[in-house]
Ligand binder design. Structure first.
Ligand code: F6P
Length: 554
């Protein structure tokens, strides 16, 4: 039964109508002017918690906007929905499950019931299992078939069984334990397998087959390729258990693959793939940074969980980020949202948040199956600064679309080189400043005149130099990227996505849209390899199948 029995349609709520009216007052709104008029704007629209400082003053908002957005969240029953999330209510209605990633970061002694059973002892038992495994690896006690210590760990997994662990292990490279390198194999593309295998030696490599379902095509194909490679390199079936372990909720399938039952770490159906890095799916993280740092990561996320549950909405980081997204997506027509990390170690955060947000909120029906009447999840995109400044920022500044952006930047670098960090930070700030301020026609003209250009030339060039400005952004600043701060940062976005799903009335925890492609993939494959008769349902697909088969004939 749906956890949301009465289909709340946010677009018919008084809060929505009030926001629509309020939006009309923004015709002549200038962020630049509001900063000039209100010296308190930065203090008013910023907050500091969980090791993160959020400046959201460069937004198209007033105090009243925030009040109205908070009222909308209240009307949507957000407080009750947050309580249901943490209590383990079956909020993933289409699959009849809770979404309990928050249980994975709770301390020993807490109790979380799923179907009347407290899951916390099992959560901590698995953490202990991870600790032992990581301890053996780092202590040099986990050895390969030739008794050499393991030097390389390859995580084979895709989607949530890849993006979160990769983000975190690479973001926390300064915390990496010496002697063990972490690699990721996700795509079914043989080239990625080939390039990685060329760097490895079978006798010192441990593969983690990371798949909640143990049924994902890409992962199974890569796992089979890894096993064949291991055997071809001199490994034996008898010693396979030293080189292949798994994380899965499908233990029989992992065992059938050849992995020893005691080497299959469990996953639970109450953890969604894109929310699973806190579980044993995070094993490659722990193998890279050690178990105590992994626990720090969990405690950072736990702090954000507490903040999310207890802070009033107008001072609640995930709630504020979510409401700003609603404001732009539903009242300003924004269709995408840029994530711009100004830090090499955080370079994969855009990819992780892309899956987190788009797979969660890329939905068009509400929990009860009725259609949504407004735009839902935006396209999430972006990449590392300053590289983006020399690529797509042009469109952010002068394109026709309104694209809100989140800048994420640490104050200090682990690797100071001359004054690079000062320049990196300055670039980050100047980008959000330029987006907000823009450049007026009068300023553009004055600038050209100051360069000594004649008036015809000034008039010809000035329109090209006008930057509209008034483009919104948030800036998230932290000291240095640490396990705790990163845990809080990732949890912040998890909760942001959840809040938006509650307001739209959609289910953030299923992903049925992914399934159709998987199903069709099987029939296309059988036609490609000639094991199925008949033609594809459409001329385009059949034409492309014929093209492929024509090239593979000789
Ligand atoms: O892409 C769909 C998806 O189900 C993701 O949600 C999930 O993270 C990924 O596939 C991998 O699934 P599994 O861990 O079961 O292999």
């Amino acid at each position: 039964m749906s956890h949301f029995p009465s289909p709340f349609d946010v677009t018919r709520s008084p809060g929505w109508q009030a926001l629509a009216g309020h939006r009309e007052q923004f015709a002549g709104f200038s962020m630049r002017e509001t900063f000039a008029e209100d010296p308190q704007r930065f203090a008013e629209f910023s907050l500091n918690d969980c090791g993160l400082f959020l400046d959201y003053s460069k937004n198209l908002i007033t105090r009243q906007t925030r009040e109205l957005l908070v009222e909308l969240a209240q009307e949507a029953g957000l407080q009750q929905a947050i309580a249901s999330l943490f209590a383990g209510a079956p909020i993933n209605a289409s699959e009849g499950r809770p979404a309990l990633h928050t249980a994975l970061r709770r301390p020993i002694g807490d109790q979380v019931l799923v179907d009347g059973v407290d899951v916390m002892p099992e959560v901590h038992r698995v953490l202990q299992q991870m600790s032992e495994l990581v301890g053996r690896l780092h202590g040099g006690l986990w050895r390969g078939y030739s008794e050499k210590t393991i030097t390389d760990v390859v995580n084979i997994g895709i989607g949530g069984s890849f993006l979160g662990p990769q983000l975190v292990s690479e973001a926390l490279l300064p915390f990496a334990q010496r002697g063990v390198r972490c690699h990721y194999l996700a795509n079914i593309d043989g080239s990625s397998f080939h390039e990685l295998a060329a760097k490895l030696r079978a006798e010192t490599t441990l593969f983690i087959i990371s798949s909640k379902t143990f049924g994902t095509l890409e992962t199974l194909k890569n796992a089979q390729a890894a096993r064949s490679w291991y055997l071809a390199q001199g490994g034996t079936e008898a010693e396979l258990h030293r080189h292949f372990i798994a994380v899965s909720s499908n233990v029989p399938a992992a065992v059938a693959f050849g992995i020893r039952e005691e080497n299959v770490l469990p996953m639970w159906d109450w953890v969604g793939g894109r929310y699973s890095l806190w579980s044993a799916i995070g094993l490659p993280i722990a193998m890279s940074i050690g178990m105590s740092n992994f626990k720090e990561l969990l405690s950072g996320a736990y702090r954000m969980d507490e903040h999310f549950q207890s802070a009033p909405f107008e001072r609640n980081m995930p709630v504020l980020l979510a409401l700003l997204g609603i404001w732009y997506g539903n009242f300003w027509g924004a269709q995408s949202h840029a994530i711009l990390p100004y830090d090499h170690y955080l370079r994969n955060i855009t990819k992780h948040l892309q899956q987190l947000d788009m797979e969660s909120n890329g939905k068009a029906v509400r929990q009860d199956g009725s259609p949504v009447h407004c735009a839902t999840g935006p396209v999430i995109w972006g990449g590392v600064g300053c590289n983006g400044q020399h690529a797509y920022h042009q469109l952010l500044h002068q394109g026709t679309a309104l694209i809100p952006a989140d800048f994420i930047v640490p104050v200090s670098s682990y690797n100071p080189v001359a004054d690079h960090q000062q320049w990196l930070f300055a670039n980050c700030l100047s980008q959000s400043q330029a987006l907000m301020r823009g450049k007026t026609l009068a300023e553009a003209e004055a600038e050209l005149r100051a360069r000594g250009l004649d008036e015809d030339e000034v008039q010809r060039l000035a329109p090209h130099k006008v930057i509209p400005g008034n483009r919104p952004s948030n800036t998230l600043v932290m000291e240095r990227v640490s396990p705790r701060r990163l845990g809080a940062l990732v949890a912040l976005y998890e909760h942001k996505v959840f809040v938006q799903s509650v307001i739209w009335g959609i289910n953030a925890f299923d992903q049925w849209g992914v399934e159709l492609g998987k199903e069709l993939g099987k029939s296309v494959y059988s036609r490609l390899v000639g094991s199925a008769a008949g033609t594809a349902e459409d001329g385009s697909t059949q034409g492309l199948i014929d093209f492929f088969r024509g090239r593979h004939r000789g």
